[in-house]
Design a protein around this ligand. Structure first.
Ligand SMILES: [Mg+2]
Length: 234
């Protein structure tokens, strides 16, 4: 079984920063302070890591359940704020997922620094949630590599994994690091905040401006294309 682990923001889709006002309102409600998330370069940080930095910046004690309350409130607010920005699914993403749907040879999972609730809100809004049987999400402020380890574990539980054929698809050096942590190859796309040169310098297996059309994508990962049958979009 070939396994694909997909990052969300900057890779599957962009919310056009639709999460920012949800985050800032959640901060306001929980800490009673104003916060400008756009001051931080957050690409590649997990939601919990962003929360820790937010609290540090505001000088607010993140003890007890404050961090959890803040993140849960953000998840609740996302569906309200996402439609206010014009984000979009990245080029060829939906076409690739449609082609892979029901594949016996390839399985896709989410591997993301979003929380499960945040990922669900974003992928539901862009109608992508149903392409993924499961995923590994941020559950605490630990390093992204711990999420990658959980992703590998769930892929192995579902079916035998060909260890040579595990790919992380992401848009930041953090994705490349977490791929390296589990011995996976990174397909890095410059559709997020990082340039081709930055991703190249970080040692991704492939670095692309954007994902290629579905059949080219399959050729790149060494999977033969399924027969053009009911799986093809019409
Ligand atoms: Mg990303």
């Amino acid at each position: 079984m070939t396994v694909l682990f997909w990052d969300i923001d900057g890779t599957l889709l962009t919310t056009a920063k639709g999460g920012v006002p949800a985050w800032e309102q959640a901060v306001r409600e929980v800490t009673h302070k104003e916060f400008d998330l756009t001051m931080f370069r957050i690409a590649g940080l997990t939601d919990y890591q962003i929360a820790v930095r937010t609290f540090e910046h505001l000088g607010v004690e993140a003890g007890g359940d404050t961090l959890q309350r803040m993140v849960r409130r953000y998840e609740q607010l996302l569906p309200t704020f996402l439609p206010q920005r014009h984000g979009h699914v990245m080029p060829h993403v939906r076409e690739i997922l449609v082609l892979l749907r029901g594949s016996d040879a390839v399985r896709s999972y989410l591997l993301t620094g979003n929380t499960r609730g945040g990922a669900n809100a974003k992928l539901t809004h862009y109608d992508l949630w149903h392409y993924f049987p499961d995923g590994a999400f941020a559950e605490d402020a630990r390093d992204r590599s711990t999420i990658a380890e959980r992703a590998m574990a769930l892929a192995r539980r579902a079916a035998p994994v060909d260890e040579e054929r595990v790919f992380v698809i992401g848009d930041t050096p953090h994705d490349i690091d977490c791929a390296n942590a589990i011995g996976a190859r990174t397909i890095a796309v410059a559709t997020g905040g990082y340039s081709l040169a930055e991703l190249q310098a970080h040692g991704a297996w492939r670095v692309l401006e954007q994902l290629p059309p579905p059949h080219e994508f399959l050729a790149m990962i060494g999977v033969s294309s399924p027969e053009p049958d009911a799986r093809m979009p019409t």
